[in-house]
Design a protein around this ligand. Sequence first.
Ligand code: MN
Length: 757
Amino acid sequence: MATSPQNPGPSARAASRPDVPAQASSHGSATPQARARFELLLKQVGESRPNEDLSIIVRAYELSERYHAGQMRASGEPYLIHPIEVALVLTEMKMDPQAIAAGLLHDSVEDTSITIEEIEKQFGEQVAHIVEGVTKISKIDFASGEERQAENVRKMLLAMVDDIRVVIIKLADRLHNMRTLEFLPRDRQEKIAHETMEIYAPIAHRLGMGKLRGELEDLAFRYMDPLAYQQVKEAVEARSKAGDAFLQHVLTIIREKLQENAIEAKVESRVKRLYSIQQKLIRQRITVDQVYDLLAIRIITKSVRDCYAVLGAIHQLWPPVPGRIKDFIAMPRPNLYQSLHTTVIAENGTPFEVQIRTEEMHKMAEEGIAAHWKYKDGPVAARDEERLAWLRQVMEWQQEMTDPGEFLSTLKIDLYPEEVYTFTPKGKIVILPRDATAVDFAYSIHTEVGHACVGARVNGRMAPLRQRLRSGDIVEIITQSGHTPSRDWLSFVRSSRSRQKIKHWLNEHERERAIEIGRKLIEKEARRYRVSLKNIEEAAFQKVASEYGFGRMEELFAGLGYGKFSARQVLGKLAPETTEQPRADSEGSEEAKPGAISSVVRRVFGSGGEGAIKVRGYGDLMVYRARCCNPIRGEEIVGYVTRGKGVAVHSRSCPNVTNLMYEADRKIAVEWGRDAARGYPVKLTVFCDDRKGMLKQITAIISDDNTNIRNIEARTANSQATIDVVLDIEDLKHMERIISGLRRIAGVRDVQRVKKI
Ligand code: MN
């Protein structure tokens, strides 16, 4: 030992942690209780790892004993008990000696005078690295504001990706703290319980550690809602006592049946976890008496084949409840849980659940990523990789996510996987979050498929992109090359992957357009004030950009394009000497100027008509028809540079125009391009008598004009009818022709255009 142990002082931050060591007056070494627990630990490790050198564990214990000497826990026990219990949890998980040593040392850097460097010197780089990771996570306060919380979860995920043992130790640490939570004051209990429920239990779940997750949840439940906890607990106890005889009866029948079929298997009964019962009660609005999988049978077999054989045997004994047979062996859950589930009805009418799985699956379900620890270099290590892949994916997404609130909500969706199982037409399984849509499906196939998707066939039928998918749906995505994502999709996609991909695409493309618009705006402004931009040096642009807090010129243009500030302001800074009045002919001069930007015409995107609008004097700008007035070719229109969405084109008569145009320098001249448009959806309302043949006459007028009807809806009341019809209209003349045709029908009182569709 290089340094002599110093008297450790309680750190300032320690008071915010559940396992805070407090200074005791006596300086004793380990108590008999601590020694006994450590000896048990050594015995267990020795049994599971008979040929390994365990001296690292002994050395870690000795160091921990010395440095934590005199510290007490809130329970009044010596502090040393805590790292030993944490290490025992790790031992039960069959973790490797390094991880167990790190478990014994996990609080030493945080709460005693020892340094990471010292630990590295004595125990090697890996142990030091793990202890450092655990120490870092321990400093995180997950209950802080949303922004901080997101940042903290991010840090924790980083640590996990780095070495999964860090988070396994952190989970073991949290488990022991939760087991001893009763010694803390009420407000601390609540805070720690919430954090456990929101962060730690879901992470344990994602890592497939079912047993640890179950205990964490039950403990957290107990402190979050003591009353409900007590109620559920008592109800379950009462029922399992009553059900005991029944269960024994069922167990006997199953054992006999298995023997008869010469299947070797372990048969046991289990009572559902209290917290998951509580969840069920809330979700299904039922009482404990109505929870039929409260009592369940678990059968653990030697092989996958036996699992299915057992399932068959069980169904021979009792009839299964339709729709309750789940094959998680063929279709593992995303956390790699595998098992067969079925619910059957006993002779007396009592339904009960049977879970059937192999020993290996059982271990996986209970211990998850920790189950494979001792085979680290074996063939199953690939599965750990899959689990880590999830973490890496989350990390990747969050790097693109700038809004911490959004990151957190995304993470919550990913941590609480309630997924739907859908299929490609070829039968490949696609697992999506609950309420996912065809767009989510498309993005899970491939980013490009997502971008280009225009429709979907669900179970052979055409379905809208926003339709929510259900388990078992067979989904075929229809794509169209050149199709691009719509901002609208963000309102209904569910998976973080699709959300990210769509946002990324929109940001990239909108930024490009914003830069373009911004550049044009400043050019236009310069011409109005007879300022030659050519004579302004790039350095001047740079200077103005940095005045607005931007590093690059492009960002200044993008800011202009997004409408964050006006071109006049920027020009004023670029050429402060400009006091001249703008030229009167400014609008018209642009196109006359030699070498002016050619008018590129851009097709309007969106599901509406494919009209063409050009922005006079400007290049390829993002242009769209405003939804409030849906202008059609032939109408007088005006453009308006929006904040971040390009140029909105309004009808000049649109009431919004007057409201928008108070910022005059965001107005842009636009005109209809010469492209033959296929038509825009236009909604007309026909007010008429409710008489026989009316609908037929109306549709005749429309189809005689070669016009496509998108939708028609009629309402009648008091022998009067109101008919809404959505048509594909080419231009203003086309619409006026149809309207006057409809007005000539006897019994039609009025025809009006509904501008907003
Ligand atoms: Mn601890």
